[in-house]
Design a protein. Structure first.
Length: 203
């Protein structure tokens, strides 16, 4: 009796499992990548700064889609962040992180003056158009990321750089909307390269 009923029971259980998996996939919706594929770092370098230490210069390619532009026009401030990490390799252990820096940008729209306000770190300025604000963020120049003592001459260092929309600073309702949404996931992949003090550092 047991032998005759087991196959039917197993078949029913498998069908139920398949239905549950299908329902879960439909509920989750389409899976989207963590960052938009059309955003990228075009070039980057780490070089000695004029005032000492080391600075990063980089060109970033990205565009604000209609959803982000509409959010700006409705009073939402968008925050972006450039992140730089410099590590010194160690043969006996994990790499040593010698630099971990963030450069924050904020963009907002003022309906009365019909102008945009751009903040770069603690510096604020008004710009006439959104394009002007975007162009400023696309050109990272003389970003001080390390003191002279942080980087050891003659030793190769691993550098990583990325740029992204900081969704953690969005208003709470927008953070919920942004989860799993391609429109809100603006950002580049990490660009990584090796930096040897005293040698050309372009990527």
């Amino acid at each position: 009796m047991m032998a005759s009923t087991s196959p039917g029971y197993a078949s029913s259980a498998e069908r139920l499992l398949r239905r549950l998996i299908l329902a879960l996939l439909l509920a989750l919706g389409p899976i989207v990548p963590a960052v938009a594929n059309d955003s990228r770092i075009v070039s980057a370098e780490i070089v000695p700064g004029e005032a000492g230490g080391y600075v990063i210069n980089a060109d970033v390619a990205f565009e604000l889609n209609d959803r982000l532009q509409d959010a700006l026009l409705h009073g939402v401030t968008l925050y972006f962040v450039a992140e730089a990490i410099v590590e010194r390799p160690r043969w006996y252990w994990l790499n040593e992180v010698v630099v971990d820096r963030r450069l924050e940008y904020g963009v907002s729209y003022h309906a009365i003056t019909r102008s945009y306000r751009l903040s770069v770190g603690s510096f604020h300025q008004s710009v006439d158009s959104l394009d002007a604000a975007v162009r400023t963020m696309q050109r990272i120049r003389n970003w001080q990321v390390a003191e002279a003592g942080d980087i050891r001459p003659g030793i190769s260092h691993e550098v990583a750089l990325r740029f992204r929309l900081d969704m953690s600073q969005l208003p709470k309702p927008f953070q919920v909307t942004a989860i799993g949404s391609r429109d809100w996931n603006l950002g580049t992949e990490w660009m990584k390269w090796t930096f040897l003090p005293g040698a050309p550092a372009f990527r």
